[in-house]
Design a protein. Structure first.
Lengths: 311, 315, 258
């Protein structure tokens, strides 16, 4: 069974004060995420990532289309027992302490009192806030709030977790921890659907990614395949500025730093480049094939015309 | 997808349920409200008296005394209307209500005009308290010395209700000094001074009211009085004609037709509402429907008291 | 369902009691009761009446202020601050949320009123040294005040479900004022005849009617309150609140969160 399936799910907002003009936030989106997958939802600002999540959470109503979550209609309240959601820039009742907040949410998710007590401690420890349970949330830093947000998303042990930019507001250590946390959720067999525009996070965590741009799905790819793709370029680094004009004549991009020069060029020009460096008595430092990064894929998809996605 | 369809129905069901609950609750609330109203219609007005004095009320109204005055004025009208419909002979709350109203908004001229009329007229047309009516108008004049209508009202009350032509003349005279006063005030002052015939004076006063007021109800009241004056003139004249016939023929006339063929009348006489007068065998003349002609003194069934004492002989 | 509604109610209550503004308002209300005591002493013969009139009016006005100021934010604040996202992403139905909010605020107001009433009765006891039988009607007057709060809460909640807090506050206060004059409004409307009278009449019946729920001045004179009036008023307040709350839920059910 698929964890998430959307069928031409779309949203058009009516924006403007007096003269309402339609603003397409999400063009009809058809997407399937199987269970147990960590799925990265990528896109630049304003791409429609948050809109998609809000639609799936039933917070806004679609202009068209439908969706299934864990095999049931996405509006079915029963479905929500099994999903967790971290909104972007989460804000919580700041008059509550972290424990009270988690208790409230656990209650809303239908957890029994004894279970709640146990899970609250566990979750706070898991997100790295073991000491903060009795502090009012108004005294929390931005990163701490983000951690509480993650804790509330998993307090009821959901099967499917939606995270909207989970790394935002976190320091490098925090990001590392959240990465580990998402990895451990995956290891537990949960499905994680998270949006981000930090590509390295997606690269490190995701099984698959989707690229969204201007409300439109531009592509879906398996991350491993994408990274394995050889780009056809090599990077060459050498000492000796004398070779510079010759390599520039070959048409490659050169970045000199003092005497050391870095250049990226097509594989078939490599021999000519090495000859040129030798002739100028340059000292060759390294030659590395350039692997495709998610960034390449991302940028390629942004510039692409829309693609029909098979799966 | 069958589940989707089920859920659509589920959502529709929630919407329909909520809408139904809302409508049913609101409707039942209104029904209860009407019951509550039924219980309280008397109580609400009694409540007015809990306000110990209009001055305190004015302070409590936080500057919205104009609005509150309108509210009280409406209450006064409602109170009067309810009592009047019930043919009440007592209007205890009318004077306090009017006092509160005019204290809250001393420039609410209509409250003096109407209010004094309500207060002065004999029950069941009014509270039968000309003294309070005069006091009310006097207060109105104090607060609005430049409104000639109030002097007119005062003179009117003095003459019609208190039968004091001298006081009335003074009131009309004072009013005629006000810039922009209706010129008729001067004529009225003179008429009062001359002690003109009562019906003629009364007609003059009511005609002035009829012509100068812009209020429909005042105008209608004046019209009723003018009709009554005509009846009071018509009936003695017709009885005189009937008596003349009896003198000539030694027997009472059998009906208007005989009087017409005898050349004493030109046609069947009708009252101001267009209904023929009744000629009784004993020579008396009655109006067809006394209830539709308030304030008349003549043409009534024997034993029925005249409602207004406008043309009553003064001692 | 009950669990979720009560969790939301309790959280609403908790939010209110952790707000310092609430205590300030209660403090002012009690201050006013104390002032009524002083005010009563400078006039002769009506100390008791003045205390009851002023004291109960203070209880009702401060309660109304609390009801409106908390009520208008019940939905719109959660929507603005986006605290709703994490609530509605759980198995909570939107009408359950509305109902929970309603009960939460009503609970808060009941607790407040109990405190203010204790202060009021203490002041009364200080003044007259012993209670009399007719003082039970003071409890009825306070009960009616609570019924007013129930209506005001529902109305504020209704406005909160579709309009901004500022506008909601204006609407709710306006409606409260109109509601206290509803009886006169109906009298005004009755003066107009035909179609011109229907709209004002309908409006006068649709606005909440508070006049019958205000018996302060008559109980101040030691008068009794008819049992049927207690029953009818209870019915009216609950039905009206139910209607307004359903309307709020109906609107909220179809709203896109921003
Ligand atoms: N309530 C709204 N009314 C009108 N337009 C909206 C509304 N919410 C979002 N939009 C528009 O929809 C588009 C998509 O917004 P969305 O928040 O989904 O982007 P996003 O991918 O989450 O961006 P970011 O990375 O900045 O969070 C934007 O152009 C935004 O202006
Ligand atoms: Mg976003």
């Amino acid at each position: 069974m698929a964890a998430i399936e959307t069928f031409a799910l779309g949203k058009t907002y009516l924006a403007g004060f007096l003269r309402k003009r339609p603003k397409i936030a999400l063009k009809p989106l058809t997407l399937t995420v199987p269970e147990g997958e960590v799925f990265g939802y990528l896109g630049p600002n304003g791409a429609g990532k948050t809109t998609t999540l809000k639609l799936l959470m039933g917070l806004v109503f679609p202009s068209g289309g439908s969706a299934k979550i864990l095999g049931r209609d996405w509006r079915d309240p029963a479905v929500r027992v099994n999903i967790g959601f971290l909104p972007e820039q989460p804000y919580f009742y700041d008059y509550l302490t972290a424990s009270e907040l988690l208790d409230y949410y656990a209650q809303l998710s239908g957890l029994a009192a004894s279970q709640r007590r146990r899970r609250i401690g566990e979750m706070l420890a898991r997100v790295g806030l073991p000491e903060a349970g009795h502090t009012q949330l108004r005294k929390f830093s931005k990163g701490m709030l983000q951690r509480v947000g993650i804790a509330q998303a998993i307090i009821h042990d959901p099967k499917l977790i939606f995270l909207d930019e989970p790394m935002s507001g976190l320091d490098p250590i925090g990001r590392r921890e959240v990465r580990d946390l998402i990895q451990s959720l995956k290891d537990e067999g949960k499905t994680v659907f998270f949006s981000t525009h930090i590509l390295s996070d997606a690269e490190a965590l995701c099984d698959r990614v989707a690229v969204l741009h201007k409300g439109e799905l531009r592509g879906i790819g398996v991350v491993q395949d994408l990274l394995a793709r050889f780009s056809g370029n090599v990077e060459i680094i050498w000492d000796g500025a004398a070779a510079l004009p010759a390599l520039q004549a070959l048409g490659c991009e050169c970045h000199p730093t003092g005497e050391t020069i870095r250049a990226v060029l097509a594989q078939d020009q490599l021999d000519a480049a090495i000859d040129a460096i030798r002739r100028a008595h340059g000292r060759l430092m390294s030659i590395t094939p350039v692997r495709a990064s998610l960034e390449d894929y991302f940028l390629e998809k942004l510039n692409d015309t829309p693609v029909e996605v098979a799966r | 997808m069958p589940t989707t369809i089920d859920l659509m129905n589920h959502r529709t069901a929630i919407t329909v349920t909520l809408a139904t609950v809302m409508t049913v609750c609101l409707a039942s609330a209104v029904v209860l409200l009407r019951r509550i109203d039924g219980m309280r219609s008397g109580a609400t007005l009694e409540e007015v008296l809990y306000i110990p004095s209009p001055k305190i009320l004015k302070r409590m109204s936080l500057g919205y005394n104009g609005l509150l005055a309108d509210v009280y004025w409406t209450r006064a009208v409602q109170y009067f209307g309810a009592k009047h419909r019930a043919h009440a002979m007592q209007y205890q709350l009318l004077a306090p209500l009017l006092e509160v109203t005019t204290e809250l908004d001393p420039h609410l001229i209509v409250a003096y005009q109407f209010g004094s009329t309500f207060l002065a007229q004999k029950p069941p047309e009014g509270a039968g308290r000309p003294d309070k009516a005069v006091a009310l108008v006097e207060r109105g004049i104090q607060a609005n010395p430049n409104r000639w209508q109030l002097y007119y009202e005062l003179g009117f009350l003095e003459y019609m209700e208190r039968h004091d032509p001298a006081a009335a003349a003074r009131a009309f005279e004072r009013g005629s000094q006000v810039p922009g006063a209706h010129q008729f005030l001067r004529v009225l002052a003179a008429a009062m001074a001359q002690q003109a015939g009562q019906i003629a004076t009364a007609r003059m006063l009511w005609t002035t009211t009829y012509e100068t007021t812009e209020d429909k109800m005042i105008r209608f009241n004046a019209l009723k009085h003018l009709r009554a004056l005509r009846v009071d003139e018509d009936v003695p004249r017709l009885e005189e004609v009937a008596a003349e016939f009896k003198r000539r023929n030694g027997r009472p006339a059998s009906g208007w037709a005989e009087l017409i063929s005898a050349g004493l009348l030109r046609g069947i006489p009708v009252d101001p509402l267009g209904r023929p007068y009744k000629l009784l065998p004993d020579g008396r003349v009655e109006v067809a429907d006394p209830d539709s002609l308030p304030f008349i003194n003549q043409g009534l069934l024997p034993g029925k008291k005249p409602e207004s004492l406008v043309v009553e002989k003064k001692s | 369902m009950i669990n979720r509604i009560s969790a939301i109610s309790f959280n609403t209550f908790r939010e209110a009691v952790r707000d310092r503004v609430l205590y300030n308002l209660i403090f002012f209300a009690l201050l006013l009761v104390a002032a009524a005591l002083l005010f009563g002493q400078i006039s002769i013969g009506i100390e008791r009446i003045v205390l009851i009139n002023l004291g109960l009016t203070a209880v009702s006005i401060f309660g109304i202020v609390i009801a409106i100021f908390i009520g208008i934010g019940l939905v719109s604040k959660e929507m603005d601050k986006r605290t709703l996202y994490t609530v509605l992403a759980r198995p909570v139905r939107r009408w359950e949320f509305i109902l929970g909010k309603f009960f939460g605020l009503v609970g808060t107001l009941v607790v407040n009123t109990i405190f203010m009433a204790i202060g009021f009765f203490a002041a009364l006891l200080y003044l007259v040294h012993h209670f009399q039988r007719s003082d039970t009607y003071l409890l009825v007057a306070i009960y009616f005040i609570v019924l007013q709060f129930v209506i005001v809460t529902a109305v504020a909640l209704l406005f909160s479900s579709f309009s901004s807090p500022l506008l909601s506050a204006v609407f709710a206060f306006a409606l409260y004022i109109i509601g206290t004059f509803a009886e006169d409004l109906r009298a005004f409307a009755a003066l107009a005849h035909g179609p011109a009278g229907w709209i004002p009449t309908a409006a006068a019946y649709l606005v909440p009617n508070f006049s019958a729920l205000n018996v302060i001045s008559s109980v101040a004179h030691g008068e009794s309150v008819a049992r049927t009036l207690i029953a009818y008023n209870t019915g009216y307040a609950l039905l009206y609140a139910a209607a307004a709350t359903s309307a709020a839920a109906l609107i909220f059910e179809h709203r896109n969160l921003k």
